[in-house]
Design a protein around this ligand. Sequence first.
Ligand code: PMP
Length: 307
Amino acid sequence: RDQPVKYLLRDGELVDYDDARLHVLSTSLKYGVGVFEGFRAYWSEDEQQLYAFRVIDHMKRLIDSMRVVEIDGPQDIEELSEQLLGLIRANGLRSNLHMRAQVFVDSKDGKPEDTGPSTVFMAAIPMGNYFGGTGLNVQISSWARLSDRSMPPRVKSIANYQNGRLALLEAKRNGYDAALLLTEGGHVAEGAGYNVFMVRQGRLCTPPATDSILEGITRDSVLHLARTELGLEVDIRPIDRTELYSADEVFVCGSAAEVNHVASVDRTAIANGQAGEITRNLQELYRQAVIGKVAADRNWATPVYAS
Ligand code: PMP
């Protein structure tokens, strides 16, 4: 922690950062049952204001995740959102942040089929650049992205993360920065914590929601920005591995990852490793959108402090 954070939130109550506990015999820790969200907030030095990005949409997905993996938990999106903003204020945080909301099944001596009682933790922690701002050398993983026939890729179930973790460890071991996973059927799905886009033959493309991806909120933001701000048509269609090798631009995106260009895929350089024009435009538009300066009509950026 590069800046002290005093409090976390447990079921809406402030608790000491080091005192947010879960029982080792809870269903969550025994069987990997839990759901979560990861969000960001951006400090504007000019305005002396902190903006939290798409909090309502993240809370909606949290509730969706609970429904899919069958966890009984809070359903009031507005209340959850207010709690998260209140936590940031309670800690007096005034810098770029990463926030989490996590729902666990906290039954003592838990059974796999327990759906409650649940405990909700929220945290807000200062966070800088996720990838260090450089182009990523990406490996296509030998691990397949988990499919909706076995696990629900479209929601943020904690158990899903073993899949991306194995891919990332393999990639790091082989000297890469990040991994992309293919579907069981061999289409490009996504990375360990980010969706993927490519520009090929002049067209921006991204895999469809039915190709084993998390339906990313950044993906949705990028789609909107590409269409409305850049006037691009976007092809949402299955993508083959070798299309990436011959793409003009490839980038990944996610709440933590933001918009980050891919320099190479399986050591095949993409456009000499530099970020392409569409990627750079989308990067800049995203930077403006997270502080409410672009796509302001969407109300994506919520001011945390009273102005
Ligand atoms: N895919 C996976 C597997 C992820 O964990 C994430 C990060 N939440 C994403 C994609 C990007 O989603 P979002 O833009 O909503 O953060």
